[in-house]
Design a protein around this ligand. Structure first.
Ligand SMILES: O=P(O)(O)O[C@@H]1C[C@H](O)[C@@H](CO)O1
Length: 189
């Protein structure tokens, strides 16, 4: 992120695959991140740990405005214009350390905590990007539904994640391309 910053990048667009926790979500939905829960961060692991690099940003950065409001609104309208507005959601992404998928009890806890989707990436990048003043937009492809039921015979697996990625690749490509075409290049932060 800091190399991008030094290269003059002002806006970061990030994508990930995530497990759906919100029962209204379906495999193949696309969730625009409006906020996150940084589980490793709450546990004391954070990419901004260590001496602060003052030339990049503040020691104690704010995260309540991590995901740019204008870009979120633009993505929703672009998705609607492209004809897949019904797939689009806005929600809270929770990051865990991985590489294992979550247990049933963990999924239930995360849902109670307010997470709509669970994954293993993106938040670290967002924290460093925001620390140095870059505008952030991120979306999650709901590649699988988290297992919440002890009677379920389903198992989270990476093959399903990859398969859903292939299924939605073209739509996500057009969404991101159109977003890039239309977004203002100036940094509003
Ligand atoms: O897009 P990311 O890397 O967050 O994708 C998720 C997390 C793991 O890399 C993988 C697990 O299936 O998908």
């Amino acid at each position: 992120m800091r190399v991008f910053k030094l290269m003059g990048v002002q806006t970061m667009i990030m994508t990930n695959a995530a497990g759906g926790l919100n029962p209204d979500y379906r495999v193949g939905d696309v969730m625009i991140l409006k906020d996150h829960i940084n589980l490793p961060g709450l546990g004391g692991t954070n990419p901004l740990m260590g001496p602060n690099e003052d030339r990049f940003g503040l020691r104690f950065p704010c995260t309540s405005d991590a995901y740019d409001r204008d870009l979120r609104a633009l993505a929703l309208s672009v998705g609607a214009e492209l004809g897949f507005g019904d797939l689009l959601r806005e929600g809270v992404y929770c990051v865990q350390g991985g590489p294992n998928f979550e247990s049933i009890a963990e999924c239930r806890m995360l849902r109670i905590m307010g997470a709509d989707a669970i994954g293993m990436s993106t938040v670290h990048e967002v924290l460093v990007a925001r620390h140095c003043g870059m505008r952030c937009f991120a979306l999650s492809l709901v590649s699988n539904m988290a297992i919440m039921d002890y009677d379920s015979v389903e198992r989270a697996n990476h093959d399903e994640v990859l398969e859903t990625g292939r299924l939605r690749a073209k739509q996500l490509e057009s969404l991101v391309s159109e977003l890039v075409d239309r977004m203002e290049t100036h940094n509003t932060c």
